[in-house]
Write a protein of this length. Structure first.
Length: 135
């Protein structure tokens, strides 16, 4: 949980693109992997009506994010299958990086907990029980 992944040709609805995303699953052995996409288009995101649903990660907070980056917690893409990620890993089109620092994950959790667009079953899969420290 909290790991940063980069998938080449991430399956976006408007066509595949290389994307970073943050793993959100509480149970990392689940067959579906929920995640939040990131964007380095910070100014564009901050101009949107749902900008408060993004978490800004300053450049170099983690080595793989070399530019200021927003973690988009407003709309989560459909979860990716564990099989898709494993295939990407074996093909070397998926890279795994260390997790976001805990303060950023706590902010992400707060936004997701308040997100009225997420179904309760999704929240149960991605949010640790309140007051549970992240390992």
């Amino acid at each position: 949980r909290g790991a940063i992944l980069r998938l080449e040709k991430y399956p976006l609805s408007r066509g595949p693109r290389d994307k970073f995303f943050i793993v959100l699953n509480v149970d990392c052995s689940a067959s579906l992997v929920y995640h939040a996409l990131t964007t380095s288009r910070v100014e564009r995101y901050q101009a949107m009506s749902f900008a408060s649903d993004g978490v800004l990660v300053p450049a170099q907070t983690v080595d793989c994010l070399t530019e200021p980056t927003i973690v988009d917690c407003h709309t989560l893409e459909a979860p990716l299958s564990r099989e898709t990620l494993f295939t990407g890993y074996c093909a070397r089109s998926l890279k795994v990086f260390p997790p976001l620092p805990s303060p950023f994950m706590a902010r992400i959790d707060g936004i997701l907990r308040d997100n009225r667009l997420l179904a309760p079953v999704v929240k149960a899969a991605i949010l640790p029980p309140t007051g549970t420290p992240r390992p």
